[in-house]
Design a protein around this ligand. Structure first.
Ligand code: HEM
Ligand SMILES: [Ca+2]
Ligand SMILES: [Ca+2]
Length: 301
C-alpha cells in the first residue's frame, strides 16, 4: 500500500530535493518534461511502476532496448539519475528509483503548466527487466479503441483514465514514421486516413514527406507544444489527433463525450488527469519486503 509522506522519517526532504534536480534539468532542456512523463508511463505498464525501465545492460536485453522504448528520450533517464544522486547525498539507500521517477513525473507536469497533485510513495525497485516482456504491454499508435481500452483495463485504469492520460500528448514530439501510414498508405480505399482533418493532413505531409529522415519529429500539439493544457482535446474534436490512438478517442461513442468535456472544461481535465496519474502510479507496485532500494538506478544492487 502506497502513501503520501512515506519517507517522512527517513528522508523528509525527498520531494524538495527531487524538485530542485528536475528544475535544474528543465532549465537546461524542455525535453525533460515530455521525456520524464513518458518514461513513467512506460515504466508502469511493464512489470508495474518499479524502475524496471531504468536498467541498462551491455547485452541490449533489458526493457529500454525493446523497440517500443527506443524512442524514449535520454533526458528522462538523465532526470532520474540526477535526482537520485541528489537524494542519495541526503539519505543514502532509502528512496527507490521508482518513487523518484513518480515524483519527477508529477513535477514536470506541474512545471509545464499542468495540475499539481500529491504523489503516493513507498514503491520498491524491481528485480527484473527483460526486453521480451515489453511487446504487447505498451499501447501502439495504430491500436483500435477496444484494444487500447483493454490494455489500460489490464492495468486497473478506466476509459476515463485512459482519455485523461492520453492528454499527456499535449507536450512533446512524434517521429514521422509513427504516423506516416495515415498520410500515405492508410488502407485499400483511402490513402489518407479519412478521420484526419484534410488541412492538417496536408500540413503533416509537408513536415513529413514520404521517406523522410527517420529522425525527423514534430510537435504533437502544434498550438501549445510546451504547455501542459487541454488543447490536445480540442485538436481531437477538430480531427487533428496525430495518432489513430488519439483520434479514436473522439471517434468512439463511449469516449466522445469525455473528450468534449475535457476539451471545454479545463477543470474536468485537470482533476481527471491528476486522479489518473495517481492510479497509474499504483500499477503493479512492489512494497514492504519485495524488490529492493537500488543504489544506482541503472543497475540492480
Ligand atoms: C494511449 C496510448 C498511447 C500511445 C499509443 C502512445 C504512443 C506514443 C508515441 C508513438 C509517441 C511518439 C514517440 C516518438 O515518435 O518519439 C508518444 C509520445 C509521447 N507519449 Fe504517448 N502514447 C500513449 C499514451 C501515453 C500516456 C498514457 C502518456 C503519459 C501519461 C504518454 C506520454 C507521451 C509523451 C509525453 C510523449 C512525448 C515524448 C517526447 O517528446 O519525448 N503517452 N506516445
Ligand atoms: Ca516497470
Ligand atoms: Ca499543449
Amino acid at each position: 500500500q502506497l502513501r503520501q509522506n512515506f519517507y517522512r522519517v527517513q528522508c523528509p526532504n525527498v520531494e524538495l530535493i527531487v524538485r530542485q534536480a528536475v528544475m535544474k534539468k528543465m532549465s537546461q532542456t524542455f525535453v525533460t518534461v515530455p521525456a520524464t512523463l513518458r518514461l513513467f508511463f512506460h515504466d508502469c505498464f511493464v512489470e508495474g511502476c518499479d524502475g524496471s525501465i531504468l536498467i541498462q545492460s551491455t547485452k541490449g536485453d533489458t526493457e529500454k532496448d525493446a523497440s517500443d522504448n527506443l524512442s524514449l528520450a535520454g533526458d528522462g533517464f538523465d532526470t532520474v539519475i540526477k535526482a537520485k544522486q541528489a537524494v542519495e547525498a541526503a539519505c543514502p539507500g532509502v528512496v527507490s528509483c521508482a518513487d523518484i521517477l513518480a515524483i519527477a513525473a508529477r513535477d514536470v507536469v506541474l512545471m509545464s503548466g499542468g495540475p499539481n497533485f500529491s504523489v503516493e510513495l513507498g514503491r520498491r525497485d524491481g528485480l527484473v527487466s527483460h526486453r521480451w516482456r515489453v511487446p504487447g504491454n505498451l499501447p501502439t499508435p495504430e491500436l483500435s479503441f477496444n484494444l487500447l481500452s483493454w490494455i489500460f483495463r489490464k492495468n486497473n485504469l478506466s476509459v476515463t483514465d485512459m482519455i485523461a492520460l492520453s492528454g499527456a500528448h499535449t507536450i512533446g514530439f512524434a517521429h514521422c514514421n509513427r504516423f506516416a501510414k495515415r498520410l500515405y498508405s492508410f488502407n485499400a480505399t483511402h490513402k489518407v486516413d479519412p478521420s484526419l482533418n484534410p488541412t492538417y493532413a496536408r500540413q503533416l505531409m509537408q513536415a513529413c514527406p514520404r521517406n523522410v529522415d527517420p529522425r525527423v519529429a514534430i510537435s504533437m500539439d502544434p498550438q501549445t507544444p510546451n504547455v501542459f493544457d487541454n488543447a490536445y482535446y480540442r485538436e481531437l474534436v477538430n480531427g487533428r489527433g496525430i495518432f489513430s490512438s488519439d483520434q479514436v478517442l473522439f471517434g468512439n461513442p463511449i469516449s466522445k463525450p469525455i473528450v468534449n468535456n475535457f476539451a471545454f472544461n479545463p477543470q474536468s481535465f485537470t482533476s481527471a488527469f491528476s486522479q489518473a496519474m495517481i492510479r497509474l502510479g499504483r500499477v503493479g507496485v512492489k512494497t514492504g519486503k519485495n524488490g529492493e532500494i537500488r543504489r544506482d538506478c541503472s543497475r540492480f544492487n
